[in-house]
Design a protein around this ligand. Structure first.
Ligand code: ZN
Length: 116
């Protein structure tokens, strides 16, 4: 996905939250971004900073990004594997040789917003 478009949709969600809560501005937003969500965090931050220059209500907003590691579970032995680095990602249980199910790491969600 294109990070510019993602940043824009985040800003639109923040605008809705601001309007619904009759806030003047958004001061911080916290995003959960999974390691295999396909989003490049650097690019997302860069795009958000660019939009901040054009949107007064987020000009002082701080973007916090929580990086969610990948967790995958074996459906046979129930063992959960965690991968901090996508380079280490394996899709097979080393014990059972069966495909793993991804249980986290694909997230892209706004979990907290503060404003005034
Ligand atoms: Zn297994």
């Amino acid at each position: 996905m294109h990070e510019g478009a993602i940043a824009q949709s985040v800003v639109e969600v923040l605008r809705d939250i601001k309007n619904q809560n009759q806030l003047l501005s958004i001061t911080s937003a916290t995003l959960k971004v999974g390691a295999i969500s396909g989003v490049m965090i650097d690019a997302l931050e860069f795009a958000f900073e660019a939009i901040k220059k054009e949107e007064d209500f987020i000009k002082d907003a701080k973007l916090n990004i929580i990086n969610v590691s990948v967790k995958a579970k074996c459906n046979i032995c129930d063992k959960i594997y965690e991968f901090d680095n996508t380079d280490d990602l394996v899709m097979m249980c080393p014990i059972c040789q069966m495909p793993l199910s991804i249980i986290s790491g694909k997230e892209l969600e706004i979990i907290d917003v503060e404003g005034e």
